[in-house]
Design a protein around this ligand. Structure first.
Ligand code: ZN
Ligand code: ZN
Length: 155
């Protein structure tokens, strides 16, 4: 039994059963709905999913497709598409509490990827916010290590 939830904690879920597939989706619908790309999706039999706290909001991004997200913090959680994935729920896998235990199997829907996506692995990489971001922020006088996406880390 695995557990997961949204960022704010309003929606929590558990899921049981075997992993059916786990892919990084580069399609335009996932990108627009998540505001990010790629979107990691891990699939289980939908009967294994239980929402244990709260109630996700459902958005129909296209006919027959349900995308469930937290109404408070906006975290994307579940995807149902009975025509394409009968009997399955796709879960945004990084919402699992143990997300690090589940590595994706591959990239999917690269046909709709943005032109620059194939080259992201060769970009410069920094363990924290690097100088080229600090230089353009109000925190320019701080060290890179004190600056992060979570405001309370930078205090
Ligand atoms: Zn939330
Ligand atoms: Zn997609």
């Amino acid at each position: 039994m695995l557990e997961g939830g949204c960022h704010c904690g309003s929606v929590r879920y558990s899921v049981a059963g075997e992993v059916e597939h786990h892919g990084l989706c580069h399609c335009s619908d996932c990108r627009r709905c998540a505001g990010a790309t790629p979107v990691p999706w891990i699939a289980f039999k939908s009967e294994g999913l239980t929402v244990t706290k709260g109630e996700p909001t459902v958005y129909h991004s296209s006919e027959g497709v349900e995308r469930h997200f937290c109404p408070t913090c906006g975290t994307g959680l579940f995807y149902f598409n009975e025509a394409a994935l009968p009997g399955l729920v796709d879960i945004q896998s990084v919402t699992l509490d143990r997300a690090g235990d589940f590595a994706p199997e591959g990239h999917i829907m690269m046909i709709e990827a943005l032109p620059w996506e194939a080259g992201v692995d060769s970009l410069p990489s920094s363990t924290v916010f690097p100088a080229w971001i600090d230089a353009h922020s109000a925190a320019a006088s701080r060290s890179s290590a004190s600056f992060a996406c979570r405001a309370h880390i930078s205090a």
